[in-house]
Structure formats: structure tokens, C-alpha cells
Design a binder for this molecule. Structure first.
Ligand code: ASP
Length: 469
């Protein structure tokens, strides 16, 4: 018959049972005050010396798990606690059962936690998660994902998972690789994105795909970057650039407004890459005034017409050109001729679109090259030999030769969006178990060396001793 602390206000006068954690215990003369925390919030409880629970109450410490029975009483008007949602009531405790005691937590849980060292917070992430700020962030993320799903389902999308054990997909980062036991000395790559699979789903006739896709990228960690992140990954057949932008704009508007947010400008303003660079000196920018920032307003904008290629800083593949955004993109129709002939490379514009919000790039996508010769021309421009193209992308070229529909898509970074919606500055504040800045996971010890026998199974030999973390 357990009820939640959030349900107490409507049950004044009733005797109820609550379960949760002791947030604090304060002894005031003879009275013991307990704050009980559950998933819905906090409530104050009072234990008088006459209560049969008094003795147990006097032994309680922070973070003990208890079950409590007591009567819900209205607090006098003058004593309403405005700091908590249940501040108009309190529980007069008659019974307490200790479900599990706790050792002393390594850091306080009632603060926002910003002042606690990251390594320590992530080592005890399961405790850190109990703090109200993280409960809020992680629940808001779940709400966002639910609303995105609802919207996409309402538009006829199908949610489809794609493999993690796969081969490389170029997104401009390094791959994480997994050794194969069945094929010693050979490796899978974890996907930097489901890019190729989602396009193959278009060839497979699904027309409207989405997935909450986990992406793995071995890159330097930053405030808004981890080894793993999740994207709302979308791909649609028989569309033009405008159609994809319209669907995504509709989705973002519906979702964030349902979550109580205000959008600065609708429809979202659009800038070409050249206009954005001229106006803001960057392709991601913040259009809000100080006042709008204070109000938490969301300033979305689209950026389009990016150059397809830029000069490489390094080989391989030797060639001198690499893609700016996505090698699977389609060039602008008026530049298709140049693209196929490999001419005027620096002038070729891609049908790529980025979604910007409050200074972050929160999404990006493109209309794709759905004909083999167009995709082939992209890799040729990037200096790939015919043989390399066949080896690395032959499966895509072949798939496109079986009547691939015209298609395009986008991916939106969930963590960045949730950072914006919650006002957080670090990706780790919106992931339940993020990597530390030093590149190891929360709570667990990894990476770790593996035994000589297992190395042998994988056909691997180590040159160097494992480095200390
Ligand atoms: N695969 C791209 C990315 O991860 C997004 C897309 O073009 O759909 O950035």
C-alpha cells in the first residue's frame, strides 16, 4: 500500500505507508525530524518521544532505506515549507522499519554536486544519481525521448535497430575496434553512426526509419563530447531537403513546446554557410539576447549550403580533399556535373543541413547520393583508388544499383539537446553513467588488460606493457 511523497497532500488525515531514503535527520530537543526522499521528491516526518518508532528513529542516518507508517497532517499556514513541493504537510510517524542501513556516503547528496570532484562523483555515480538535479536531468531526457518517439510514430516512422558489430563508417573520428575470436587477428568496428545501415534500410523499402542510436567515436573528450553518445537517427525516402527540414522542425517544435519551452523564432531562421560565417564567424552560433538567455528561450536555426569538400590536413587516403560533413551526401543539383567530372571541387556545395540551437550544433544531415556513380565520384575526389572504393564501399555501390530510392536524413544529438533543455554545461550531467574526463567509465574499472590466454585466442600480441591509468 506504499504511496509516494508526491501523493501525500491529497491524503491529509490518512494513515499511509511511505518508502525511501533518509535524506536528513535533525534532532530538535526531544523531537526527531526526518526528511524522506523517494523518486517523486521529499517530505518531512516528525517522530515524537511517544511514538513507538522513536527508538528506531534515533538510530537512523543519512541514506538508510526505510519504510514508514504515519498520519499525514497539514502544517499550520505560517509553517508551510516553500522549498519543497510537499511543504504543506508532514508525517506524524508511528512505525519505522529499516529496510537497509547505509554506510556514510562519500559526499553530500542534497546539494547540486557541482563542487564535488568529477572522479569521485563518477566513482560513486549510483549515489550521485540520487541527487535531485540528476534525477531531474535523467527523467527529462526520458521524457524527451518519449515525445520524439510519439511524434515520429505519428508520422508513420518505423523504429529499427542496426548492428554494433560492424565495419567502419567514416564520420570524421577514429573507430573503436573489437577483436574477433572466430577470426583471430581481425576486428569489428563499433559504428560512429548507423549511416550506412540506415541508407540500406531505404534500399530495403522502409521509407521512414528512426532509431535512438548509440554512436561510438574514439575522440578527445570535451565538455560536450564523450566516447558514446545517442542520436535521434532518421532517414526518409522520396524526399527533398525541404521535406526533411520540415519534418524535423515539426518534431522539435512539438516536442520542446510540449515540454514547456519557448522557441525564439518560427519557422526556424535559415542561413547559408556563407551567410552564417559572414554574420557570426562560425557555423554554430547563439542568436539570443542576454534577456532571452536568462529566460531559457531556444533559438533554433538551420544552416545549409556547406562546401562538400575541404583540403585534408593529413593523408591517407592521399588526395588532398576530404568531406566537410558527410561523404554520403548529394551535391547541389547545379554542381552535380562538376562532381561527376571531379572539377571545381572547392566550389561544390553539398545538400547538407545542420540544426543549430543556442550556440551548439544539435543535428546534421543531408540528401544522399543514391546512385552508385555519384557516391563513387565522392570517393574518387577524396583520392581513393578504384580498388579501395570497391573494398570499403563496394557493398553500398552494389546496393544502390538495385533501385535505391532517393533519400535523405538527419541525426540529432540527444545529449546536446538535453544539455540545452536543462541548462547544463557538461555532457556527463545528462548521461546516467558517463565516461570520466580521463576516459574510463563510471563506477567500473575499464579499460583493463586481458589475460595471455585470451590474447592468444584473439591472435594478438602486445608490444607494450599496459599503461597505468
Ligand atoms: N550520420 C550523420 C552523423 O552522425 C548524420 C546524418 O547525416 O544522418 O552526423
Amino acid at each position: 500500500m506504499r504511496i509516494l511523497t508526491s501523493e501525500t497532500q491529497e491524503k491529509v488525515g490518512q494513515t499511509v505507508e511511505l518508502m525511501g531514503w533518509v535524506a536528513t535527520r535533525r534532532d530538535h530537543g526531544k523531537l526527531i525530524f526526518l526528511d524522506l526522499r523517494d523518486r517523486s521528491g521529499i517530505i518531512q516526518m516528525v517522530v515524537t518521544p511517544k511514538s513507538p518508532a522513536y527508538e528506531t528513529a534515533s538510530t537512523l542516518r543519512s541514506e538508510w532505506v526505510i519504510s514508514v507508517k504515519g498520519e499525514i497532517k497539514a502544517r499550520p499556514e505560517a509553517m508551510v515549507n516553500k522549498d519543497i513541493k510537499t511543504g504543506t504537510v508532514e508525517i506524524s510517524v508511528s512505525e519505522i522499519e529499516v529496510l537497509n542501513p547505509s554506510v556514510n556516503p562519500p559526499f553530500p547528496l542534497e546539494t547540486d554536486g557541482h563542487d564535488i570532484g568529477e572522479e569521485n562523483r563518477l566513482k560513486y555515480r549510483y549515489l550521485d544519481l540520487r541527487r535531485p538535479r540528476l534525477q531531474y536531468n535523467i527523467k527529462l531526457r526520458s521524457q524527451f525521448v518519449q515525445k520524439v518517439r510519439e511524434y515520429l510514430f505519428s508520422q508513420g516512422f518505423t523504429e529499427i535497430e542496426t548492428p554494433y558489430f560492424t565495419s567502419t563508417t567514416p564520420e570524421g573520428s577514429r573507430d573503436f575496434v573489437v577483436p574477433s575470436r572466430m577470426y583471430p587477428g581481425q576486428f569489428f568496428a563499433l559504428p560512429q553512426s548507423p549511416q550506412q545501415y540506415k541508407q540500406l534500410l531505404m534500399v530495403g523499402g522502409f521509407e521512414r526509419y528512426f532509431q535512438m542510436a548509440r554512436c561510438f567515436r574514439d575522440e578527445d573528450l570535451r565538455a560536450d563530447r564523450g566516447f558514446e553518445h545517442t542520436q535521434v537517427d532518421v532517414e526518409i525516402s522520396f524526399v527533398k531537403r525541404e521535406d526533411v527540414m520540415e519534418i524535423i522542425e515539426g518534431m522539435m517544435t512539438t516536442v520542446v513546446e510540449a515540454m514547456g519551452k519557448t522557441i525564439r523564432q518560427k519557422p526556424f531562421p535559415r542561413f547559408t554557410y556563407a551567410e552564417a560565417m559572414a554574420k557570426y564567424g562560425a557555423d554554430k552560433f547563439d542568436m539570443r539576447t542576454e534577456e532571452e538567455k536568462a529566460k531559457g528561450i531556444l533559438a533554433f536555426a538551420w544552416v545549409t549550403d556547406f562546401p562538400f569538400f575541404e583540403r585534408t590536413k593529413e593523408a591517407p587516403p592521399a588526395g588532398g580533399w576530404t568531406f566537410t560533413h558527410n561523404p554520403f551526401s548529394m551535391p547541389a543539383p547545379e554542381h552535380l556535373e562538376w562532381h561527376l567530372k571531379g572539377e571545381q571541387i572547392e566550389k561544390i556545395i553539398t545538400q547538407q543541413y545542420d540544426l543549430v540551437c543556442n550556440g551548439f550544433e544539435v543535428g546534421g544531415g543531408s540528401i544522399r547520393a543514391h546512385k552508385p556513380e555519384i557516391l563513387k565520384a565522392t570517393f574518387k575526389t577524396m583520392g581513393y583508388s578504384e580498388e579501395q572504393i570497391q573494398k570499403e564501399f563496394g557493398h553500398m555501390l552494389e546496393a544502390f544499383s538495385f533501385g535505391a530510392p532517393p533519400h535523405g536524413g538527419i541525426a540529432l544529438g540527444i545529449e546536446r539537446l538535453i544539455m540545452i533543455l536543462t541548462g547544463e554545461s557538461y555532457l556527463r550531467e545528462v548521461q546516467a553513467f558517463p565516461q570520466t574526463a580521463k576516459g574510463h567509465p563510471s563506477v567500473m574499472n575499464a579499460p583493463t588488460p586481458i589475460s595471455a590466454e585470451r590474447l592468444k585466442e584473439y591472435g594478438l600480441k602486445l608490444d607494450e606493457k599496459p599503461k597505468a591509468k
